[in-house]
Design a protein around this ligand. Structure first.
Ligand SMILES: Nc1ncnc2c1ncn2[C@@H]1O[C@H](COP(=O)(O)OP(=O)(O)OP(=O)(O)O)[C@@H](O)[C@H]1O
Length: 339
């Protein structure tokens, strides 16, 4: 389906609604148990036909959030409360109320591009087996029709179908990542989840892979949610961006707005740490370290590192409230300057 055929009300129809989601790692060390609150009360909505980027530094909970959205959780991770609901063209899917339905929806309606392409490409089998193993049974086609569909899909994505006869180790990292994207999209899913889709690729290949994600998203009219700590990747493809700090969503809005007018001091910090052409001055590092998520700070979790913190921030957790173009959780929202 082409994006151009999607009318405006359909485009703004939510395809995913996450409400008050809490997902914790239940750890037990020598009889002492503790919870790592990696996703702590996250509420967000993703619309049809949009690319939503989740940003934040390492260990902020980005991967755990999208794993939880994908229903791909295993112990010690546990969903403590909240809900994740998809609406695939009128058919509702409540991920944690009906986990079996989620299994059936994978690949067909929803695909998940995990970190590292080798996870889905078996090193000792030719690439075509990955397509046979993951996609064939979801497409209701004869083997010959399936093969022709896969080859057509690869060609549309600028890939030579002969690559199906290669072993993963014969291909470059960029090619393997392109194949992972082709694999994740061959069933034309409405929703694509990607974890660090371009990390470990060099800059030029990275641009290629980003263009491919954008192209396939537009071609299918699907929604994409992806995670990366790299703000330049968000700037390149995300329509909207959600900033996560210590397991919580602290700011969300259209990417251009978030970059031009960040409302949260943490967003401002992420943006001001980006290198700028011709600017050789040293970027100011944020003091301190990201908090321990089994014992996070009281009030606003960012307060120990925040240049604008006031007493209220130490005791009261700021709610995520709507602003003109997005949402922000900060008692001093809007008083921020990008250095
Ligand atoms: N399997 C696990 N068991 C226990 N704790 C975990 C596990 N995986 C992640 N965590 C913890 O959960 C928190 C969030 O980790 P997560 O990987 O979701 O962050 P992230 O923002 O995706 O980081 P990165 O960018 O480094 O991948 C961290 O404190 C991390 O140590």
């Amino acid at each position: 389906m082409l994006a151009a055929t999607i009318d405006a009300p359909t485009r703004t129809r939510p395809v995913l609604e996450v409400e008050n989601l809490k997902a914790y790692y239940q750890m037990n060390y020598f009889g002492v148990s503790r919870e790592v609150r990696a996703v702590d009360d996250v509420t967000l909505t993703i619309n049809r036909n949009e690319i939503y980027g989740i940003a934040g530094e390492s260990s902020s909970g980005k991967s755990t959030l999208i794993k939880t959205i994908a229903g791909a959780i295993t112990p010690p991770l546990r969903v403590v409360s909240g809900s994740v609901k998809f609406d695939f063209g009128g058919s509702q899917l409540d991920v944690y109320a009906r986990p079996k339905a989620m299994k059936a929806a994978r690949w067909r309606h929803l695909s998940y591009i995990m970190q590292g392409s080798m996870n889905v490409l078996n090193p000792v089998r030719k690439v075509r087996h990955a397509f046979d193993d993951f996609a064939f049974r979801h497409m209701g086609l004869s083997p010959a029709q399936f093969r022709s569909r896969v080859e057509g899909h690869l060609k549309r994505l600028g890939l030579d179908p002969r690559v199906l006869e290669s072993y993963p180790h014969q291909l470059s990292g960029g090619m393997r990542q392109r194949l992972t994207i082709a694999l994740a999209t061959v069933c034309e899913p409405e929703f694509i989840i990607a974890d660090e889709p371009t990390t470990a690729l060099d800059v030029l290949v990275q641009q290629d892979v980003l263009a491919l994600i954008k192209d396939v998203q537009q071609r299918l009219g699907s929604s994409v949610v992806f995670v990366t700590h790299d703000m330049t990747v968000h700037a390149a493809i995300a329509d909207r961006i959600g900033i996560v700090y210590a397991g919580r969503l602290v700011e969300e809005g259209p990417t251009d707005d978030a970059f031009a007018r960040p409302q949260h001091p943490y967003t401002a910090h992420l943006i001001s740490s980006l290198p700028r052409l011709g600017d050789v001055s040293r970027r100011k590092a944020l003091p301190g370290k990201p908090p321990n998520l089994s014992d996070p700070p009281s009030g606003c979790r960012f307060h120990p590192r925040c240049p604008l913190a006031i007493d209220r921030c130490k005791v009261e957790n700021p709610p995520l409230v709507s602003r003109a173009t997005g949402r922000v959780a900060c008692w001093r929202a809007g008083e921020v300057e990008v250095a």
